[in-house]
Design a protein around this ligand. Structure first.
Ligand code: SF4
Length: 369
């Protein structure tokens, strides 16, 4: 495992933010330093002690390193990549709000995260040097927008990572939102329980519970190794306090793009009482082509997952359509009209369907009598 073991080096238990620090801790090669400094000049870098301790520096293909340690490949722009790959700007009526679907909004409170993922879809907007927390006037305008739109049932706190805020500030925000009658659900998207689990303190958990609205937490993790004992304890603290959790993962080449790894991740979520929710196809964020898979490969993995784990462990495989057109499920089809297949173009085929089972075998529904 990494030379960065906070138990052995308590004085060094700080987040690594400079490529030179990554080299000094054995997490990047000295020969790559110049390229990594070019990457870091454009995209934020942060590796917390908890994440650093998970990386095996002797494994050139370490799936944790691949998510957080910058790579020269990020300097390569590929066709179709875009600074705003999911089209947040096109649906932002006021600063901090993205109103893409009628009944819900994204509320982007902060532009910082505990760690910076190399595939981040908001990589041009998050990190030190970008904007920080919403200024008070912009915050008030965002709350005013939500209050003025009674169709908004759910507010999704995202960013940046909302759990980078202090418990005191989060409690104020939760109270402001829950005080709006039509806001019934507050969902928080976070990577903090895995990246910096100590932030999930008793004060933080208390801040997230609020009268007048139900709080949900969506955890972003991409490999079962991220769900350490400390991460599991942080999630248990939230769930035991009555805050249900769902998962979000990104399908990433060299991280989780094989059925065994995905299966382990989904099982780990369910063991933690976290319902697998989304498996995102990698967005067209700049310099991330080396981490994306094909959609065909993602569909094949979803087929394999269906055969390996129960429905409790199945996420929806989704694509955010570039340009701000929202998410669509892109998982494999299991059902098709039977008359579209030559083998069943016969008696009453138009009233039947072709259904694939979890082994890939085809059946007619209703069956032939
Ligand atoms: S935690 Fe989320 S917002 Fe922050 S860098 Fe990772 S993917 Fe981007």
């Amino acid at each position: 495992m990494s030379k960065f073991d906070p138990r052995l080096n308590p004085g060094e238990a700080a987040t690594l933010r400079e490529p030179a620090e990554l080299v000094a801790h054995g997490l990047a090669a000295l020969s790559d330093l110049s390229d990594l400094e070019k990457v870091a000049a454009r995209y934020a870098v942060a590796v917390t002690p908890d994440i650093a301790a998970l990386i095996d520096p002797d494994d050139p293909d370490d799936p944790i390193a691949r998510q957080f340690i910058p790579s020269a490949e990020e300097l390569v722009a590929s066709p179709g990549e875009n600074a705003d790959p999911i089209g947040d700007h096109a649906h932002s009526p006021v600063t901090g709000i993205v109103h893409r679907y009628p009944d819900r909004v994204l509320f982007k409170l902060v532009h910082v995260c505990a760690v910076y993922c190399r595939f981040c879809f908001r990589r041009e907007m998050v990190g030190p040097g970008k904007a920080t927390a919403l200024p008070p006037a912009a915050y008030d305008a965002a709350i005013g927008y939500i209050r003025a739109h009674p169709e908004i049932w759910e507010v999704i706190l995202t960013g940046g990572d909302p759990l980078m805020l202090s418990p005191r500030r989060l409690a104020e925000i939760m109270a402001d939102l829950a005080g709006i009658d039509h806001v019934r659900i507050i969902r928080i998207h976070t990577r903090v329980p895995v990246a910096e689990p100590k932030r999930v303190s008793a004060e933080m958990v208390a801040a997230l519970r609020v009268d007048g609205a139900a709080t949900w937490v969506a955890l972003h993790a991409n490999h079962a190794r991220e769900l350490t004992g400390k991460a599991r304890a942080a999630c248990a603290a939230l769930i035991d306090a009555g805050i249900p959790m769902v998962s979000q993962s990104v399908l990433l080449r060299g991280v989780n793009d094989d059925a065994k790894t995905l299966e382990a991740l989904m099982r780990a979520f369910v063991e933690c009482r976290i319902k697998p929710y989304y498996l995102h196809h990698g967005d067209l964020a700049p310099g991330t082509a080396h981490l994306r898979t094909t959609i065909e490969h993602g569909q094949e993995l979803m087929r394999q997952l269906r055969g390996r784990v129960s429905g409790l462990c199945q996420p929806d495989y989704v694509l955010d359509i570039p340009g701000g057109h929202g998410k669509s499920p892109i998982g494999p089809d299991y059902l098709a009209p039977a008359n579209s297949f030559s083998e069943v173009r016969e008696v009453d085929a138009e009233t039947r369907y072709r259904v694939l089972d979890f082994c890939g075998d085809v059946h007619l529904y209703p069956p032939k009598s």
